[in-house]
Design a protein around this ligand. Structure first.
Ligand code: SAM
Length: 445
């Protein structure tokens, strides 16, 4: 027996395109339905489809994307029946829903949407099916050109499956996962180095993920970037030349460039595609930093880049992915040795190194490696809500003074140009960050 779908999204839009299918897909994307999973659909799949209904599959083999929807254009002499047919067909063995186009060239999208909504309601009434949910929206493209008029009903049989597609999940451990509800999946790619995703989350704004690990979000990026940039930059007495390793989202670069002493930054990032995606989808994080004339951007493995560099920098900021994939060797004493050699006289380096709750071994390894390469190394802490458990450890190594010996009045004086422009870091937070609860302190013992 055919069961009624429980969830319906109704979208309408107008878009131009070389073919009706291209226009149709463009409108779906514009209406926020970019993640359709296209399945072939055949009229013979349901006995409820009225005779004379014409199906035209818009896409053949299924694309492995998120939300399962069967997509076809359906035309019939009786519009209400077309929707009923669509529902029925969408409940066939392969499909979980269906998208229908309306052809009303020139009609405003909102009108198409209203008409389609009425059709859906009418069809459901006629079949005695309960209509649990019906979401609708309409979108119009600015450019009006001949193309497919697009109104679509997306009929979901399984709200759970749809719901699942609207979350990204990061495994903090095999047994503890964190889920973020998303509005849209803006970009996905497999680069030569890693999988890259940009999503629009409901609570944290846009989010960058690499290999399914959260890298940064619009809402909390500053908490992390200010702590990774300003603690070492204020620990050093005059940080003019800065090295950034990784940091492809550009948030750390932006923070470093805002420091009044910084005259030049070399950023070494292995993956050009991260920078390109960040510029395009996360401009609020880098805020033009990549175009600053003080910046030299090098696309290279930082381990290789540092092989021959000596005494070029005052401060090194290590904003790398967790020790997996291309970043594994960036957590070794061999790499920290190269970083130390790249620094001049009173050089300071800082690295993000993980969650004291979930990655104690990574932190232990990082602080040991730092200590092996610098006369003094200390852990300090920040808080970044979207990182595992929030509490985050950084390892600082210095060839100059102990950060705890930086005089309070010096900190206040040098911080003055940044006052009111930071949201996490202050001279007081600088000091407090080195106060470690015993369970963290013992990681650096
Ligand atoms: N704060 C972040 C986190 O959550 O771990 C790191 C952000 S940033 C996007 C990390 C960057 O390090 C990525 O863009 C990645 O491509 C880069 N990276 C990884 N391995 C690298 C290597 N060997 N050399 C240079 N950059 C590297």
């Amino acid at each position: 027996m055919v069961q009624a779908p429980r969830f319906i999204s109704l979208v309408a839009g107008r878009a131009e395109g070389a073919t009706p299918r291209v226009a149709f897909e463009a409108a779906l994307r514009a209406a926020g339905l970019g993640q359709v999973h296209l399945l072939p659909l055949r009229a013979e799949e349901s006995p409820l489809i009225p005779p004379g209904t014409r199906f035209e599959p818009l896409h053949e083999p299924p694309i492995p994307q998120l939300a399962p929807v069967a997509l076809a254009r359906v035309e019939s002499a009786t519009p209400g029946e077309t929707i009923a047919a669509a529902v029925a067909a969408g409940l066939g063995p392969e499909g979980r829903g269906l998208v229908r186009t309306g052809h009303a060239r020139g009609a405003p999208a909102a009108e198409l949407e209203r008409a389609l909504r009425l059709e859906v309601e009418e069809a459901f009434r006629a079949h005695g099916w309960p209509l649990h949910e019906l979401h609708s929206c309409s979108v119009e493209h600015a450019v009006e050109r001949q193309g497919c008029a697009v109104a679509a009903a997306v009929l979901w049989e399984e709200p759970a499956a749809v719901e699942e597609a609207r979350w990204v999940t990061e495994a903090w451990t095999p047994h503890t996962h964190c889920r973020f509800k998303i509005r849209d999946h803006l970009y996905r790619a497999r680069t030569p180095f890693q999988r890259l995703d940009v999503v629009e989350t409901v609570e944290f704004g846009r989010m960058l993920l690499l290999d399914n690990a959260v890298q940064t979000t619009e809402r909390d990026e500053w908490a992390y970037h200010e702590m990774l940039a300003y603690v070492p930059l204020f620990a050093h007495p005059k940080p003019r030349r800065v090295l950034i390793v990784g940091g492809g989202d550009g948030g750390l670069l932006r923070a470093a460039l805002a420091h009044p002493d910084v005259e030049r930054v070399v950023q070494v990032e292995i993956d050009r595609e991260v920078v390109e995606a960040a510029k395009r989808y996360l401009p609020s994080i880098s805020r033009g930093a990549f175009d600053d004339p003080r910046v030299e951007l090098v696309f290279q493995d930082a381990f290789e880049y540092l092989e021959t560099v000596k005494g070029l920098f005052d401060v090194a900021l290590l904003d790398t992915t967790d020790p997996i994939g291309p970043a594994v060797k960036l957590f070794t004493s061999e790499f920290y040795g190269r970083v130390a050699r790249a620094l001049g006289g009173e050089g300071v380096a800082a690295a993000q190194c993980g969650s004291p709750w979930f990655q104690p071994d990574v932190i232990r390894g990082a602080i040991r490696a730092m200590r092996a390469c610098f006369p003094l190394a200390r852990l300090y802490l920040g808080f970044v809500p979207t990182y595992p458990a929030g509490l985050w450890a950084f390892a600082l190594g210095t060839r100059g003074r102990d950060p705890l010996a930086v005089p309070a009045d010096e900190l206040q004086e040098r911080f003055a140009p940044l006052r009111g422009r930071t949201r996490y870091f202050t001279p007081e937070v600088f000091r407090a960050a080195f106060a470690l609860p015993p369970f963290v302190a013992e990681l650096s013992a």
